[in-house]
Write a protein that binds this ligand. Sequence first.
Ligand code: UT7
Length: 325
Amino acid sequence: MAVIRSIIRGIGAHLPARIMTNDDLAEFVETTNDWIVERTGIHQRHIAEDGETTADLGVAAARQAMIRAGIDPIDIDLIICATATPDRTFPATAVRIQSMLGITKGAAFDIQAVCSGFVYALVCADNFLKAGQSRRALVIGSETFSRILDWEDRSTCVLFGDGAGAVVLEAQPQLGDRNDRGIIASRLRSDGRFEDLLYVDGGPSSTKTVGHLRMNGREVFRHAIQKISGIIEETLLASGYAADEIDLFIPHQANKRILDGIAKKLDVPPERIIITLDKHGNTSAASIPLALNHAFEQHKLTEGKLVLLEAMGGGFTWGALLVRW
Ligand code: UT7
């Protein structure tokens, strides 16, 4: 039976030009390159210049995704931007991006699920497309986490970086069988009981300030492997595929040790995992599209490949998606 599926037509990414290495960090916070590499796998991160905003990074990524998809801005009728670092409290960064791209039709809004934001945004766009409400969506993950870091807190400031990634999603009829392209299955979860393990200590309604990121890294780490493995298993079960059928595993890039732990639990061989956090640290909602972009540029995302995306972030929120390229 014919079904509508959301196909990823194009991918783009953008990183700010300025690079901050671990050694650069060690000049102003008590840390070492060895500690950061050994405990996280991160070697460097990109930092936005003053005045270079989340929308600027998102627009650059979106433009590249549209060019690679061969789609004009005029053909886009939905923009979802996943971000926890918006340019302004309101309007939504997605609406700003819409205007910067010269798009005046369709709808644009932000999604706030922190590091799971891109997975949440993709699932949301997929549902708009499948419902027939939109035909072509820009799904963007863009962050300037450097603005919310406490640069004196070595337990968090070494982990995060700025960047953006985007995909063009298009509704296309498929046969409704195992060979279908596009988003095949997805699962989203959240549990607010864990709010105080990873949060920002400010906000318009509570403190009238922007605030800084706070994290109990050890506890987040403990939950991450268990929750991510669980949601992957649920997503695979819903799809009818087994873990050993996954061609490429594109995880949220938080910590190399978390990725190794999940891979071990699911028995995924290392060569099937895309790891980019060494180059840009944890970029929150931007990390999955940045990793997707890397895989695309390495010619690993060829037609027919079965790709698994997963993320977990503050809230907690977490989710996974299975996509046939
Ligand atoms: O994207 C959202 C999801 N976020 C995550 O998934 C992050 C999850 N957590 C982690 O990745 C890890 O827990 C961290 C990388 C944040 C920390 O690694 P850890 O192995 O859990 O270290 P720890 O927090 O247990 O700290 C070990 C030691 C401590 O010293 P003592 O108490 O043993 O003397 C810390 O003070 O390492 C110390 N430490 C550092 N030392 C040098 C903490 N940060 C640093 C640092 N440089 N930057």
